[in-house]
Write a protein of this length. Sequence first.
Length: 200
Amino acid sequence: MEELDYFDEDDSTGTVFRDVILLALIGFVAMVIMLLPHISPKKKETEDHKAPGNVIVEMHWPSEMTYDVDLWVKAPNEVPVGFWNQGAKIFNLLRDDLGTEGDATDENYEVSYSRGIPPGEYVVNVHMYGNLGKGKSVPVKIVVSVKRPLEETRQILETTVQLVRHNQEETAFRFRLDNDAELVPGSVSTLKRPLITEAR
């Protein structure tokens, strides 16, 4: 009879131990499940903040062409932004690409980003800063995109401009955006507006 009592006591201790471990495991799983909804939105919010700019103006020219081409942009009621004035209230020039000088990559690329999307007229110019050989030309591709809050970036304009001489400045786009960051119908033109002289 004593042996039977001893085994009963040992068995009840093991059962209590297993119950405590099981309850602790269930509690841990419940805490993880309750925390998951709070972790996901923070991660998404961080990714949204990393997305740069609202109006994005990109300029590309062939990587084998070691010429210095410059991007100039102007937001409504702002001074132009380019290689000697790289920041204003709305736009910032991310990098002044000199062709191959000081490049970490072979890509010839400049980009300007805006903070906000004020309504009004935007101007995008390209400028041939360096010298060109006789009969040479540089095809420059310009892309304009817009990213409204909580939306994906969408391209609104694209063109290619041929630069053929030193100090040539061409207007790639003049366009208007409305209060909803939509392209105003009929507002796109290439009517020339020099920006370099305005920035001085």
